[in-house]
Design a binder for this molecule. Structure first.
Ligand code: KIV
Length: 273
């Protein structure tokens, strides 16, 4: 297929993240939830694919990430993993799958790793889930943290605004990031936090920081693929850069197809048997 990068086909591992941080090489991450999109993203040379629980909004049409289940995440992660040869694949642990007890978290993470073949899991939170993070890492499961705006806590926050704008929350976030780093996380997503704080965290931890709405001084960036491709018109936060307007292209193609069908202009003789 055309337009694909073939320069460096070496498989990206969690170790690559540390090496890239040390080299000052930025990490590019996008979400994917299905085989077709994951093939396109992997063949384009992206470093990491996140099977985000944003699948709950983007794929299932839910209002937030809370309803998606472990079984549903496993379905999405398996579909993605089948397509990917190079990128590191991380699967979100959904709401309720790691907060109840360490044992349950371990059971669910082991299921995700065994049944999908992904490289790592991601969990939201800092000090409150530190023991769980340690238990997962002790079991050999690479963990990516997620701090700042953590969408699974949306009802606690009461909105999707920028987090850690005041000193107390910023100090807490920095301490959480350091604790996750010491616990052995290979990366931490920083979502919707002031750029200056994200830069400070990036400097303070040895693992890679991946920003979304966190300025340009993190070690990498992540966006929801359907958002940056312009497939989800309703969602336009300030941090989102549109790299395409696929919704226009897709709707135009669908309209032309529909028109052709109505006019009996499709299929033609050449398209018939
Ligand atoms: O679920 C998701 O897509 C995420 C990213 C926004 C970081 O967690």
């Amino acid at each position: 297929m055309s337009g694909y990068l073939t320069i460096n086909s070496k498989k990206i591992t969690t170790r690559s993240f540390f090496e890239m941080k040390q080299r000052g090489e930025k990490i590019a991450m996008l979400t994917a939830y299905d085989f077709t999109m994951a093939s396109l993203i992997d063949n384009s040379g992206i470093d990491c694919i996140l099977v985000g629980d944003s699948a709950s909004n983007v794929m299932a049409g839910n209002e937030n990430t809370l309803p998606i289940t472990v079984d549903e995440m496993i379905y999405h992660a398996r579909s993605v993993k089948r397509a990917v040869k190079r990128a590191l694949v991380i699967c979100d642990m959904p709401f309720g799958s790691y907060q109840i007890s360490r044992e349950e978290a371990l059971r669910n993470a082991v299921r995700i790793m065994k049944e999908t073949g992904v490289d790592a899991v991601k969990v939201e939170g800092g000090a409150d889930i530190l023991d769980t993070v340690k238990a997962l890492i002790a079991a050999g499961i690479p963990v990516c943290g997620h701090l700042g705006l953590t969408p699974q806590s949306i009802h606690k926050f009461g909105g999707y605004g920028v987090r850690a704008k005041d000193k107390a929350e910023a100090d807490r976030l920095l301490a959480d990031a350091q604790a996750l780093d010491v616990a052995g996380c290979f990366a931490i997503v920083l979502e919707k936090v002031p750029a200056e704080l994200a830069a400070k965290v990036t400097e303070a931890v040895s693992c890679a920081t991946i920003g979304i709405g966190a300025g340009c001084q993190t070690d990498g960036q992540v966006l929801v693929s359907t958002d940056m491709l312009g497939m989800t018109n309703a969602f336009r936060p300030r941090f989102l850069r549109l790299y395409a307007s696929l919704s226009t292209i897709i709707c135009d193609a669908i309209n032309r197809y529909s028109e052709d069908v109505k006019q009996s202009a499709f299929p033609s003789e050449e398209e018939s048997y």
